[in-house]
Design a protein around this ligand. Sequence first.
Ligand SMILES: C[S@@+](CC[C@H](N)C(=O)[O-])C[C@H]1O[C@@H](n2cnc3c(N)ncnc32)[C@H](O)[C@@H]1O
Length: 234
Amino acid sequence: MRLYFSLGCEDRVAIFEDHFELTPSSERPERMFGFYLMYERDLLRLCHADDGKGVSITAAEISKRATHDLELARACGVRHGPSRCTVLDVMAGWGIDGLTLQRLGCDVTCLEQSAVAWAMLHNLIERLGVNEVKLHHTDAWCWLEQSREIFDVVYLDPMFPERRKKALPGKRIQYLAQVVSGLEHDLSDWISKARSLATSRVVLKRRLRDPEIGNPDWRIVGRSVRYDVYRCVG
Ligand SMILES: C[S@@+](CC[C@H](N)C(=O)[O-])C[C@H]1O[C@@H](n2cnc3c(N)ncnc32)[C@H](O)[C@@H]1O
């Protein structure tokens, strides 16, 4: 995929050069095809030939989520006080959940396999100035197998399977679904693997009516999603 950048941003985009074809935006052809990335004025956007505006996440959205998404905070057992909750966000995607948890006072480590999602999240972390968030561009399955680190919470948010219903998900999720690959392992295996690194709980985000996987200890139900919580005895 091509990453277009405006003049003067060469240093800022150099970190992406192993994954994308870096091209000055002055060389953008008149007719574009498919997805591309655009870096302008510190902001990275995922755009499409038919949609030059594209998508990105703003700092304001993260602040809003941190104020309103009480279910995510409850599911992850976010605590206030001097001892911060450590969270491993295994499928970090755009980073909305992970950075919301960071804003709520957690120490967050994000894993993301897709180069596009990783680049977008890398840029969001930079814009928010939350350099203490750790971000690894990696296959989380391998990472979990090799890690010696443990976390209070391991958070799993796989892409929801496509629905037969007519209503499409929001543009950002539609775009993400088109640029990332699907899960290679069963969710039950992800939960078992996640359990080996979690001392307090594994949290799995599901659509409201999705079937349960295994036996969650409890669930936190929101307006359109629910969080299934698997307790771990650390
Ligand atoms: C639904 S999105 C996560 C959205 C995220 N919670 C947010 O708030 O933006 C799922 C993400 O999991 C990532 N993913 C899937 N398999 C993965 C793997 N084996 N390792 C790391 N990331 C993976 C996908 O690339 C995708 O970005």
